[in-house]
Design a protein around this ligand. Structure first.
Ligand code: C2O
Ligand code: CU
Length: 546
């Protein structure tokens, strides 16, 4: 195993990823940031310098479990104090599993300002994947807003609640195209002929098989991705091999990664569209377009066709069915423990808490403590947050998921769930109606520090007596991010075997900002000595060494 050393300078720069100029967070001048390429068991060292001038920073390595290094998870408020402007912070961790992962900012709503990138971990030399391909490429999908994260955050957290609305464009590998003549656009900031926003073009050689590693870091949108005229064979999800299946379009939720195999077997005399569309919301956002360029055609030559329209946004069935199809690959199945030690039911609702619009779990909305939990728990500073744990469930008999939340007031907490070390924990996520009549949203839930088994999905209300009998205990896929579909439930199981403190939250950036998350502590007494570099804020000032 090798050491991969990176030096990153993070700063604000004016960029025009979709032709509209705005302040964007870059790493070494780029967004998306550099792709981390490593082999299994390599050590990654990233020296991050915060050159944002007036803003804190933290970077999360999404999908990397941080076994033995929970303090380098990069979750501000949970595992570390923020990196202050001017400071340099060094992350050091081992990538212990091959697969496709990502990194992104984990402070406030910074991710959507452009701080994100891909992590690709390959097998050690001499080992090979259970599928063959000629080339390996990464594609990262994002949605893009023209307003600053401050404007959005202020709107979400004021009494006159202002929703962030639909994104202005979709980016493929950091490039999109906003129509500068859209009414209300500040024309002086929009330049349709800026080369920065020319579509991303992926050049392929005819007659080969490409492994495309597709990642979504969207702030809000659930997406469909497709390549005109080409089928895709799904082979990996969140770093785990999938029993292969073929799709024309791939549904992907924020925080998920997939590998698909694509055979370049179409007419090589032309280029093809690669497109991404918003699904699950009736969005005004135009599709994101890229060019799938057959060599030796010119990479900028537009395909002669109209881009394929993508699936109807409002159809839940195809999305639900894709989720259900994702199973562990034969020969690579890690069977889950047969029974849980603890079962938690998480009802996802929108609430009005003291006049503020919030998202809640079991009618309790989450606020991060000012002192990172990892430090507070390890150093026994129990006065820094509420010690009464949040609720483990809801009144399932009374629940009508098709009705607006009758319990709309709700409360907030900064408390955490403390799990017995090594316990097998089931979490059932239950979706319901939002504050809007006849509306239920899609929530991609991401667990830090673990991969969980996806035991099942169901439409409607979860029945704690009957539905567990239908769980897939034979070949469930393991993932770190899973969608909760509208008016549906999703059940996952994990082992609380990674000493540390871990966030579990909706990956929609505004939803987590509005309280849609929880924190799990497990095995805190097995956590090694904390590095002083993570300290310095809240009640941890006493621990930081100059
Ligand atoms: Cu990718 Cu806590 O997030
Ligand atoms: Cu959500």
């Amino acid at each position: 195993a090798r050491i991969r050393h990176y030096k990153w300078d993070v700063k604000y720069e004016f960029k025009s990823p979709d032709c509209y100029k705005k302040l964007v967070i870059t790493i070494n001048g780029r967004t998306p940031g550099p792709t981390i390429l490593a082999q299994q068991n390599d050590t990654i060292i990233v020296e991050v310098t915060n050159s944002l001038l007036t803003e804190n920073l933290a970077i999360h390595w999404h999908g990397i479990r941080q076994i033995g290094t929970p303090w380098f998870d990069g979750t501000e408020g949970v595992t570390q104090c923020p990196i202050l402007p001017g400071d340099t912070f060094t992350y050091k961790f081992v990538v212990d599993r091959p697969g496709t992962y990502m990194y992104h900012a984990h402070y406030g709503m910074q991710r959507e300002a452009g701080l994100y990138g891909s992590i690709r971990v390959s097998l050690p030399d001499g080992q090979s994947e259970p599928f063959a391909y000629d080339y390996d490429r990464s594609i990262i999908l994002n949605d893009w807003y023209h307003k600053s994260t401050y404007e959005q955050a202020a709107g979400l957290s004021s009494i006159n609640f202002t929703w962030v609305g639909e994104p202005q464009s979709l980016l493929i590998q950091g490039k999109g195209r906003f129509n500068c003549s859209t009414p209300g656009t500040d024309a002086s900031n929009c330049n349709a002929s800026n080369p920065e926003c020319s579509p991303y073009s992926m050049t392929v050689v005819p007659g080969k098989t490409y492994r495309l590693r597709i990642t979504s870091v969207t702030a809000l949108s659930a997406l469909s991705f497709q390549i005109e005229g080409h089928n895709m064979t799904v082979v990996e999800a969140d770093g785990h091999y999938v029993e292969p299946f073929v799709v024309q379009n791939l549904f992907i939720y924020s925080g998920e990664t997939y590998s698909v195999l694509v055979r370049t077997d179409q007419d090589p005399s032309r280029n093809y569209w690669a497109t991404t569309n918003v699904v699950s919301r009736n969005a005004t956002t135009p599709p994101g377009l890229a060019i799938f360029n057959y060599y030796p055609n010119h990479p900028r030559r537009s395909p002669p066709t109209i881009p394929p329209p993508g699936p109807y946004w409002g159809d839940v069935d195809p999305r639900f069915n894709q989720s259900v199809r994702i199973k562990a690959r034969q020969g690579f199945i890690t069977p889950p423990p047969k029974f849980p030690d603890r079962v938690m039911l998480f009802l996802n609702t929108q609430n009005d808490v003291n006049g503020y619009r919030r998202w809640s779990i079991n009618n309790v909305s989450f606020n991060l403590s000012h002192t990172p939990y990892l430090i507070a728990l390890k150093e026994n500073m129990h006065h820094t947050f509420t010690q009464i744990p949040p609720p483990d469930g809801y009144d399932f008999l009374k629940l009508n998921i098709y009705e607006r939340n009758p319990n709309a007031s709700g409360t907030t907490t900064d408390a955490v769930y403390r799990l017995p070390f090594d316990a097998t924990v089931d979490v059932i996520l239950q979706n319901t109606n939002s504050m809007v009549v006849n509306n239920s949203e899609t929530h991609p839930w991401h667990l830090h520090g673990h991969d969980f088994w996806v035991l099942g999905y169901g439409r409607g209300k979860f029945d704690p007596y009957k539905d567990p009998e239908k769980y897939n205990l034979v070949d469930p896929i393991m993932k770190n991010t899973v969608p909760l579909h509208p008016y549906s439930w999703t059940a996952v199981r994990f082992k609380a075997d990674n000493p540390g403190v871990w966030l579990f939250h909706c990956h929609v950036e505004a939803h987590f900002f509005m309280g849609m998350g929880v924190v799990f502590e497990e095995g805190i007494d097995r956590v090694g000595e904390l590095p002083s570099s993570i300290m310095g804020c809240g009640a941890t000032k006493q621990f930081s060494k100059p």
